[in-house]
Write a protein that binds this ligand. Structure first.
Ligand code: CUO
Length: 684
């Protein structure tokens, strides 16, 4: 461990000059020696101011430095919130930096990185500080532990520059004997897991109110996770698996096993696995300071369903609040999660978070084996496990029960007077019209920043991940109003057939549409041709944000791209935009709609939107969610009376294109490392 240097890995070539009093007691006698040993020349030393008075951080420091950290555990959250509040309150950037340096060697490192990241994302004076990729800071949470042993060997024997990338096998966590493994490429994708970690950083479930209370936060919790499920289920169908089944009977054995092969370097333990047919038990974890029974979860679920069926929730004072069309889903999202904005945590409990814990501790519910939680307990690893989707299906199902109580959208709500879509085309160079093309690609991630070892210098892990050929959607929109109009284009994709090879019924299909893009267009002419590249999608972050070399890809200081870099860590990875498809071509329906921007516009002035890169799943920093419609519109509510098929659902401003996703089962693209690649400065 290097007490003095922030940013492991000497390729960063900066260090903080730490006031001697900041060193932990253990290292104080070594101050001079450490100063000499880690000195790297004057020009890269960052002087750290000594704070006149330090805030009370006893709670933050009480969390075991060599233990684990979970956002789902209330006590851990309280510790993190103590640190977040202190970091947020620092009056100047220098004070903030100073406190960050002071805390680094006194805190649990997982909690520290979380709290520091939240603070950097939310402090006005940190907008231009890019967060390093979390997969580089803590690679142990994203890849097979065997890679680290190989890495040490390679680094010890071979000079930087001559080292070869260490290939991480695609099938490291299981074999095809386990049929769930067919979708492991999705569950274990680095970008997918980074997105989930980042989403929960941008939308912390608890903490200072000014951080938690964001526009339509609860609704976005519902929508982002609903979209993950829709995507996962499409991947399952592509791989001839049934859609995932909700896990709602908590006493039922869980047939899906999971062995992550991840390492927990900080605790020197491996992540506990879950064996086949494991069952949950009542939790009594004195170590983490919580206990609850499975019957508590059942009771909360019943109360939530009762609230949905009666259309009202009860506040702690006993008042009834209606779950109306405007706010209902937002109230429910915060209540089910539960976030600090829950309308009544006493009554409705903490269903989603405690479900994560019940599953994550099922191997040791009362701590008799002194085991820590499994991957379901951590937002950066939870999506690896098949049970994540089954648990979230259960949560999502309750949201759907609510949505089904709402009336279908009327024709005027769906329509756009005198505006119609004439034609939609999908094209990609070298690929048959109206087809998506998917394949495997290899990309590299620099591991050296996340590792404490010498000799230093870059060393890369090479991953095989899904990729698709970039494509363009061309839409011909006719505007017969005789006036310049504005519209919002909404593009979705859904499987055409279900697991029995029968055409999906619209009542099911509407829940399986995955959003591909949403953007505003001007319709000045009678006949308008709109061409939109998949690289501009409002759902995704650019490829370079996932697989990036921090230094090579760092945007230039002072550019807009710098401000975009952070919040934009949140966003669906571009390489996972299109599901895998199948070698014979997986039939899908591409849905395109142009809605009336007058009905979509968000009125509040957008204060200099900094990151609006992936606004569909992540919102826009410091701004309202940029679309007034319910998230998932027009598929979030049941269809209007009499509508049974997708064709019947369509109004003239919508169109459907039958497409196929054709998958080539080989590594088609290898992406060599490139220095100084410019980051696309993508706007919504
Ligand atoms: Cu994102 Cu369950 O909420 O993990």
């Amino acid at each position: 461990n290097e007490p003095l240097v922030i940013g492991k890995g000497d390729d960063l070539k900066v260090r903080f000059s730490v006031p001697a009093d900041y060193l932990p007691e253990r290292y104080k006698p070594l101050a001079d020696d450490l100063e000499n040993r880690f000195s790297i020349g004057n020009q890269n030393n960052i002087p750290v101011k000594e704070l006149a008075s330090l805030p009370d951080l006893n709670e933050a420091f009480s969390l075991d430095r060599r233990g684990s950290f979970s956002l789902f555990i209330p006590q851990h959250r309280d510790c993190a919130n103590n640190l977040i509040s202190a970091l947020m309150k620092q009056p100047s950037f220098e004070d903030f930096q100073s406190l960050g340096v002071y805390c680094r060697d006194r805190c649990n490192p997982y909690m520290y990185i979380y709290a520091l990241s939240v603070a950097i994302l939310h402090r006005a004076d940190c907008k231009e500080i890019p967060l390093p990729s979390f997969a580089e800071v803590l690679p142990e949470k994203f890849m097979d532990k065997s890679v680290f042993v190989r890495m040490r060997e390679e680094s010890n024997l071979v000079e930087p520059g001559s080292r070869i990338p260490l290939e991480v096998p695609k099938d490291f966590s299981a074999s095809d004997l386990d049929e769930e493994h067919r979708v492991a490429y999705f569950r274990e994708d680095i970008g997918v897991n980074l997105h989930h970690w980042h989403w929960h950083l941008v939308y912390p479930n608890n903490g200072p109110l000014n951080i938690v209370n964001k526009d339509r936060r609860g609704e976005l919790f519902y929508y982002m996770h609903q979209q993950i499920l829709a995507r996962y289920n499409t991947e399952r169908l592509c791989n001839k698996l049934k859609r995932t089944k909700k896990f709602n009977n908590l006493r039922e054995p869980i047939p899906e096993a999971y062995f992550s092969k991840l390492d927990a370097a900080n605790t020197s333990r491996t992540w506990p696995p879950r064996f086949r047919n494991a069952t949950l038990g009542d939790l009594n974890r004195d170590k983490e300071g919580f206990r609850f029974e499975l019957s508590d979860l059942d009771r909360w679920r019943d109360r939530i369903l009762e609230a949905i069926h009666t259309g009202t929730v009860t506040t702690p004072k006993g008042d009834r609040v209606t779950l109306d069309i405007e706010r209902g889903i937002d109230i429910l999202g915060n209540m089910l999660e539960a976030s600090g904005l829950s309308i009544n945590r006493q009554l409705y409990g903490e269903l989603h978070n405690y479900g994560h814990l019940a599953i994550a501790f099922c191997h040791d519910p009362d701590n008799r084996y002194l085991e820590q939680f499994a991957v379901m307990g951590d937002t950066s690893t939870a999506m690896r496990d098949p049970i994540f989707y089954r648990w979230h299906e259960n949560i999502n199902d309750m949201f759907l029960v609510y949505k089904d109580t709402l009336p279908g959208y009327t024709l005027p709500e769906l329509g756009f007077k005198d505006v119609r879509i004439r034609n939609v085309e999908l094209s990609a160079p070298g690929i048959p019209m109206n087809e998506f093309s998917t394949f495997w690609q290899q990309s590299d991630v620099n591991l050296s920043r996340g590792m404490d070892f010498t000799p230093r210098g870059p060393i890369f892990a090479r991953f095989t991940h899904l990729q698709h050929a970039p494509f363009t959607v061309k839409i011909n929109v006719e505007n017969e109003t005789g006036q310049r109009r504005w519209g919002t284009v909404r593009i979705f994709l859904a499987p055409k057939y279900d697991e029995r090879n029968a055409e999906v019924k619209f009542k099911d299909q509407r829940n399986s549409f995955i959003e591909l893009d949403r953007f505003v267009v001007e319709l000045p002419e009678r006949n308008n041709i709109i061409e939109r590249s998949s690289l501009e999608s409002a759902v995704t972050i650019p490829f370079e944000y996932t697989f990036r070399d921090l230094d090579a890809n760092r945007p230039e200081e002072g550019t807009e791209a710098v401000a975009n870099f952070n919040f934009c860590g949140c966003g669906w990875p571009q390489h996972m935009l299109i599901p895998k498809g199948s070698p014979e071509g997986f039939p899908c329906q591409l849905f395109v709609m142009v809605s009336d921007y007058e009905q979509d516009r968000v009125d509040s002035p957008q204060s200099t939107p900094s990151c609006d890169n992936a606004s569909s799943y992540c919102g826009v920093r410091d701004s309202k969610y940029p679309d007034r419609r319910a998230m998932g519109f027009p598929f979030d509510r049941p269809p209007r009376g009499g509508v049974v098929t997708l064709a019947q659902f369509l109004t003239p401003n919508m169109a459907v294109l039958d497409t196929k996703i054709k998958f080539t089962d080989r590594i088609v693209a290898k992406r060599p490392l490139q220095a100084n690649r410019a980051l696309p400065n993508k706007r919504q």
